[in-house]
Design a protein around this ligand. Structure first.
Ligand code: FEO
Ligand code: CA
Ligand code: CA
Length: 669
């Protein structure tokens, strides 16, 4: 039976899940007072969009300010490319973008070659997974020619992955089989692979002892922190509540100061299923019994995948606690292929976009993480212990204990970090919390009670170790209504997104309060009704929409990758943009790389020598292809909008990791 929600493709389903706001409404929207505040601040900074600025300043004064910004040296020397869309990728002149790893590429000497007509679980477990997302590079030598890549494989698109299969979640998964589900599970997770650079390019080292595939199906993991061993973590397969099989929907992540990899479990709710939902396409009221409130707040079960039809632990009718074992930050030691990954419950359970770390000046480790849903929150974890440069084993315990807080952004320009501590404030048995395990399992409900600020889909939260500031990437939120604007989310129907800058006092990332400012409001600055905010030196190619991932290069400069998803508000391909945060050119964006049609861009990740940036092109040929001029239909395996990157008539589009470098060598940008 068809589901009632009728989405056109997978990305639309992901978007539409959040149509029902999950966090409670704020009592008072700040509205016009805040908009006045922004006008004043923007006038002082001179970083309004060109049209609005012209209206405020008059053309003569605006021209003077723009000239000042143009005189300042552009720290990004590359010549930007033209915005647009077609079936392939484009990078700035003088650079090359080499395909390093594609879905299905071998990772081991005995990996079978990629054959999309003969896929199997066994083959996929020895091949590069699907939908590459976050990328980390950990050097193996001081010369920068060898390193380990850690790559997340976030999800699968069955309609372009398997021959003869259309999108299954629309129609109750009639064509999915246990074999296809096993392949999907094997295509999720993480790849760890050694790469080496010869004179020509980076290549995977297939006989490296470091190479490893981690998946939801084959990798045993342990749990630490307040929820380890908790009643709500116990299942039939794991009566201890301390041993979990696998990780899934690994979106962005982070690297710790001691050289381990953090992978963030994002849309875990979508992998759970219930026979009770099968007819209506949504969970009946009260599903989850005593955990019904938690199920509701987290959107469990999400019914995006067929896994629960065939694998009991993903069927909440059979294993009601299994959803509590996902939605965590997982630490993996890529330097030890036999190591057991650890789910750190002290960092809370939500739809973690990422887990970017910074070593605070007092030696504590700080991890920032966004909860990527409309009206959800920005979190921070501060370790209890301090980093010990010579004691890696002790450092491996730093994420086991500490303080998780959630952000409240106030109109006076301050951020207050509200600690999620059992017994403090409203986090008591009267409100359903029996211990700290409950608090971290239901971090969203705890944050609701603390009065955190409801944000426009927080994606990466990226500290800049050079400047000490932190960037909060807010991708979009079309459901914020007029009157629901607040200081940190100042636009109604925010389909384009914005970026906030947080400023810790004296560079102290553990401080109880920070300052904050709005960096950019995305969109086309030539259209007054868009309300975009860029430096006027931003060209018509440079502005962007729906920022998602962020990276800081070795020079401390910010780069942003975008993901417009199915709404595709700009009609231009997603890409990688340099975004100046300093000086008179602050808030100037420039387009460096763009994706093929239907893809989002993830990564990006710079090598320490800044001579390579790795970018992950995710789900090429899928999003919004019904509006791609000349194609104008949904992609399928047999009929995709592009066959990037192989352009072989027998090969579907393949999510792929690219290594971008300067022709002839030199630093990127
Ligand atoms: Fe998986 Fe929020 O992007
Ligand atoms: Ca993302
Ligand atoms: Ca995304």
């Amino acid at each position: 039976m068809a589901r009632s929600d009728g989405f056109c493709n997978r990305a639309e389903a992901y978007e539409a899940h959040d149509n029902v706001p999950l966090s409670p409404a704020e009592a008072d929207a700040i509205g016009d007072v805040i908009l006045r505040r922004y006008s004043r601040r923007e006038v002082m900074r001179g970083t309004l969009g060109a049209t609005a600025a012209a209206a405020l300043f008059g053309p003569a004064l605006l021209a003077e300010r723009t000239a000042h910004a143009e005189e300042e040296v552009d720290r990004f020397a590359f010549a930007e490319i033209h915005a647009g869309v077609d079936g392939t990728h484009h990078v700035a002149d003088g650079y090359r973008a080499d395909v390093l790893l594609r879905w299905g590429d071998p990772l081991f000497p005995d990996s079978p070659p990629f054959d999309p007509l003969r896929q199997s679980e066994a083959a996929q477990l020895k091949q590069f997974g699907y939908n590459n997302d976050y990328v980390a590079f950990l050097p193996l030598d001081d010369k920068g020619g060898r390193g380990l890549l850690c790559v997340n494989h976030e999800y699968t698109n069955e309609e372009v992955m398997f021959p003869g299969i259309v999108r299954q979640d629309l129609i109750c998964f009639p064509d999915m089989t246990p074999e296809l589900v096993a392949i999907e599970m094997a295509a999720h997770g993480v790849t760890i692979v050694e790469i080496a650079r010869d004179e020509d390019r980076w290549r995977p080292v297939l006989d490296s002892a470091y190479n490893r595939r981690i998946s939801p199906a084959n990798t045993a993991m342990t749990v630490d922190g307040p929820a380890a061993g908790h009643e709500r973590m116990k299942t039939g397969a794991d009566p201890s509540g301390r041993n979990i099989l696998g990780t899934l929907n690994n979106c962005a992540g982070g690297v710790t100061p001691w050289g381990t990899y953090l992978t963030a479990e994002e849309n875990f709710h979508g992998y759970f299923w219930s026979a009770l939902c099968a007819q209506s396409g949504k969970p009946p009221a009260g599903l989850g019994g005593a955990q019904a409130k938690s199920y509701d707040r987290y959107g469990v079960p999400g019914l995006w995948q067929a896994w629960g039809k065939f694998v009991d632990r993903f069927n909440v009718d059979k294993e009601p606690n299994e959803p509590n074992r996902f939605g965590w930050i997982v630490e993996i030691d890529p330097f030890d292929p036999a190591s057991v990954p650890v789910k750190h419950t002290a960092l809370g359970r939500f739809r973690h976009e990422g887990a970017e770390c910074i070593l605070n000046k007092d030696g504590r480790v700080v991890v920032y993480s966004g909860d990527d849903a409309r009206f959800d929150y920005v979190y921070r974890f501060v370790s209890g212990g301090r980093y010990a440069p010579d004691d890696r084993a002790a450092n491996r315990r730093l994420l086991s204990e500490g303080t998780l807080s959630v952000a409240r952004f106030d109109a006076d320009g301050s951020v207050t970090w509200l600690p999620l501590v059992f017994g403090h404030g409203p986090l008591t048995p009267e409100n359903g919390f029996v211990d700290q395990g409950d608090v971290v399992i239901d971090a969203r409900i705890a944050a609701d009670l603390l009065g955190a600020t409801r944000m426009d889909r927080p994606e990466d939260v990226q500290p800049n170790p050079v400047t000490g500031r932190v960037y909060v990437i807010l991708t979009n939120n079309k459901d914020r209504q007029a009157g629901q604007e607040d200081a940190a989310n100042p636009r109604a129907e925010n389909v384009l997104g914005h970026i906030i800058e947080m400023i810790p006092p004296d560079g102290d990332h553990a401080a109880g309060s920070f300052a904050w400012d709005l960096l950019v409001r995305c969109g086309d600055p030539s259209l007054a009704e868009v309300g975009a905010r860029w430096n006027p030196t931003t060209s018509d190619n440079g502005w962007f929409a729906c920022p998602d991932n962020a990276a800081v290069d070795a020079q401390g400069r910010l780069w942003i990758s975008t993901d417009q998803g199915e709404p595709w508000p700009t009609g231009r391909a997603d890409g990688l943009y340099a975004l100046e945060t300093e000086g008179a050119r602050r808030c100037t964006a420039k387009l460096f790389f763009r994706c093929p049609v239907g893809a989002e861009l993830s990564g990006p990740c710079f090598t320490p020598d800044q001579e390579t940036v790795f970018v992950a092109v995710q789900h090429p040929g899928t999003d919004a292809t019904d509006r791609y001029k000349g194609f104008e239909r949904a992609s399928t395996f047999a009929d995709p909008a592009t066959r990037w990157p192989d352009f072989d008539p027998n090969i579907p589009p393949r999510p792929s990791l690219l290594a971008i470098s300067k022709v002839g060598g030199g630093k990127i940008g």
